[in-house]
Design a protein around this ligand. Sequence first.
Ligand SMILES: O=P(O)(O)OC[C@H]1O[C@H](O[C@H]2O[C@H](CO)[C@@H](O)[C@H](O)[C@H]2O)[C@H](O)[C@@H](O)[C@@H]1O
Length: 332
Amino acid sequence: MRAVRFLPRRSRIGSTGRAGLGRSIMRRTCLDGRPPWVRMRQGNRACRPTLLISGRPTGPFLDIASPSTGCMMIDAPRSRNLPDLLAPQIRLRPDDYAVYFDFDGTLVDIANTPEEVILPPSLTPDLTRLQQRLGGAVAVVTGRHLADIARMIAPAQLAGSGLHGLEFSFMSADPVTPMPEAIAPALLARAVALVASHPGVRLEYKGPILAVHFRQAPEAGPALLNALAHLLVELNLDHHLKEGRAVIEVIPNGTSKATALREIMRRQPFAGRIPIMIGDDRADEDAFVVAEGAGGFGLKVAGEHFRQADASFMEPAEVRAWLSRIAGGDAA
Ligand SMILES: O=P(O)(O)OC[C@H]1O[C@H](O[C@H]2O[C@H](CO)[C@@H](O)[C@H](O)[C@H]2O)[C@H](O)[C@@H](O)[C@@H]1O
């Protein structure tokens, strides 16, 4: 990829007004002295950007440059527009991008229980198509066991990380990393007792992680959070709590979706590509920071955690439609 650098000074030259590309277009002069490329992307098809330089150099900027005509910078594109801006770039330069998907609430709709999730029939073929198109650079980054994901998306086989960064699977001959130690028996016993005292609350045992689900008893959420926090202190455990969508997870310290993403991004075919992480929950925010720090993107899916106004996708169905589009499932 050709790097185009900008002088630090910028001047406001107008508002996009149409097409919703962002609040304004900022002009910077290209360092090599070429005239800045100032026409709006949607206003003139000839101006279609051909090179995505970087996601976020110093703020929520999307730098797009045309090597032949100059440069343009779209200032602070709204989250809502990012999928549409990125889709043609990914299709044009599939070797430049790696796409990381969260699972629940992102690829599939939230269900009443983890077992009731429904996999739309198009999902597996689209994931496989995208994986082929991006040379394998598609991964799932999830709080679930990877085996759980593998069973659901079979026959697709994706690289990824499960259990909030505690397990990994890569497309090479690397084995799935060995499962870390299971949660302390004392904590398990106390968590079982806690859940039993709240009708409708369920305990999901994931070995090294416990997930306390209160989707069927939302009023129990604050009391559960308080009780679990006290439990960690009382038992002096090296764990932390991560609140999710109607769930509180007890997770060993030092692991998160941030560590998961960092690890995957070190490996081929992910290394050196622009990361795009898509997620719907607090745990995904950790990975967004890593993706954005590497010049990539964190795309939010609206739901119980992210507001529609801040999100790039309004629901998992939109993520799936976008996936299908970048995978080549339509004529986008
Ligand atoms: O990282 P993810 O792939 O998003 O997984 C996060 C947790 O997802 C599951 O729970 C959530 O989805 C359930 C099914 O839709 C829903 O019933 C529950 O309320 C959600 O919290 C899963 O059970 C957890 O193990 C994952 O950590």
